[in-house]
Design a binder for this molecule. Structure first.
Ligand code: PLP
Length: 401
């Protein structure tokens, strides 16, 4: 296969890789900061960041240095032994949030799988058998393993994989009454994204998460926050739940944790974490020394108060610029966002705008059919935002004609 001969790679991909992704006809070969280049040398502005993953931009020099240094030192030994970067990352993560303990894995789905298992095990030990149901939200997304797709409140994710894992009940996101009505003697936990990402960038009303915590407290349920997408500075605080002044019992992370290398983490309070002992859960690759050294370096940058303040400021600027478009184009229904997790709800399907942006050298994405999603690297500049706004303006003007 010869690099640069575009048809070859598409054909080879069709011939040899499972057909599980609808891919755009672009082959990326290089990235730097908020820019990507395809194999014809065309430059793109990246407002997707690998779906909220490359938060420090592509090939961040410090992270690349840490990758190279640790690739020379130690890549893998298994969790039968101690390694310094894994423990240092856990110390730093727990210092920065409510949690006392961390379990490392390799993806968001695995982190949620671990959280579901932990909630069941904790409840089994504390209350006995049969109390294993988890309330989750409609339009949520928690992953593609069997348990996490069963926990996901979208039938399109379930179709064809039934019977699903037993014990998940879906309620309206944002409604405390709906959660209250769904609680039974079998319920052990509530699982919720503080901000729904894949479900269309849905932000619950202020106070919702706090009320949820109070309700869980009253009923003896664990509260699990899936911060796989909303965490790691994406919304302008290290974790989105900080802005609601509430902490969960369990939290899951992945995506931006190592800026593009695969890692997931499940964090919990000491009390809840004790339900897992040796032999209850494991991962061969989870928390290996290479990946955790990169995650630690990324965390040190992202958790700096001045960095997070920058995310909030850039996010406000970006939303204000998107609001200008909303004021001018009637098919833009609303702008929703916090920090640099921003959605633009349209009254028409968004796919054609994504394609047109790509044609003009800009990567964005559409979720839930009508919501354009902007999750750029957190280091995006105002100049880059202005360029995107100019491109969207041109595309929208064509549509309005
Ligand atoms: N949870 C949330 C909130 C997500 O947005 C995603 C992925 O988009 C996942 C879980 C699954 O993560 P992964 O694709 O790493 O398994």
């Amino acid at each position: 296969m010869i690099k640069g001969q575009d048809n070859d790679i598409k054909q080879e991909c069709r011939d040899h890789i499972f057909n599980t992704y609808a891919r755009f006809p672009v082959t990326f070969v290089k990235g730097e900061g908020c820019r990507l280049w395809d194999d014809s040398g065309k430059e793109y502005l990246d407002f997707l960041a690998g779906i909220a993953v490359c938060s420090l931009g592509h090939c961040h020099p410090e992270l690349t240095r840490v990758i190279a240094e640790n690739a020379h030192r130690l890549i893998h030994v298994s969790n039968l032994f101690y390694t310094y970067p894994q423990v240092e990352l856990a110390v730093e993560l727990t210092r920065l949030c409510f949690a006392d303990k961390v379990f490392f894995c390799n993806s968001g789905a695995e982190a949620n799988e671990a959280a579901i298992k932990l909630a069941r095990k904790y409840s089994w030990e504390r209350f006995g058998r049969g109390r294993f149901h988890i309330i989750t939200m409609k339009e949520s997304f928690h992953g593609r393993t069997l348990a996490t797709l069963s926990a996901t409140g979208q039938t399109k994710v379930h179709n064809g994989f039934e019977p699903l894992v037993e014990g998940f009940t879906f309620v309206d996101f944002g409604s405390i009454a709906a959660v209250e009505a769904a609680i039974t003697e079998k319920t052990c936990a509530v699982l919720v994204e503080p901000v729904q990402g894949e479900g269309g960038l849905n932000f619950p009303a202020a106070g919702y998460l706090k009320e949820l915590k109070a309700l869980c407290g009253q009923k003896g349920l664990l509260l699990i926050f899936d911060e796989v997408q909303s965490g790691m500075g994406r919304t302008g605080t290290l974790f989105a739940h900080e802005q609601e002044n509430v902490v969960p019992d369990i939290m899951t992370l992945a995506k931006a944790l190592a800026n593009g290398l695969p890692i997931g983490a499940m964090l919990a309070t000491e009390e809840v974490a004790t339900a897992f002992g040796p032999g209850t859960h494991a991962s061969t690759f989870g928390g290996g020394p290479l990946i955790t050294s990169v995650a630690l370096a990324a965390l040190r940058i992202i958790s700096e108060p001045s960095f997070l303040e920058g995310v909030r400021e850039t996010g406000s600027y970006f939303r204000a610029r998107l609001e200008e478009l909303r004021a001018r184009y009637p098919f833009v229904a609303s702008i929703r966002g916090r920090g640099l997790m921003i959605g633009m709800e349209l009254t028409v399907p968004g796919a054609k705008f994504v394609q047109k942006c790509l044609d003009r050298g800009t990567v964005i994405n559409c979720t839930h059919d009508t919501v354009l999603r902007f999750v750029p690297p957190l280091v995006v500049s105002r100049i880059e935002i202005d360029r995107l706004i100019g491109i969207l303006d041109g595309i929208f003007a064509e549509e309005a004609r």
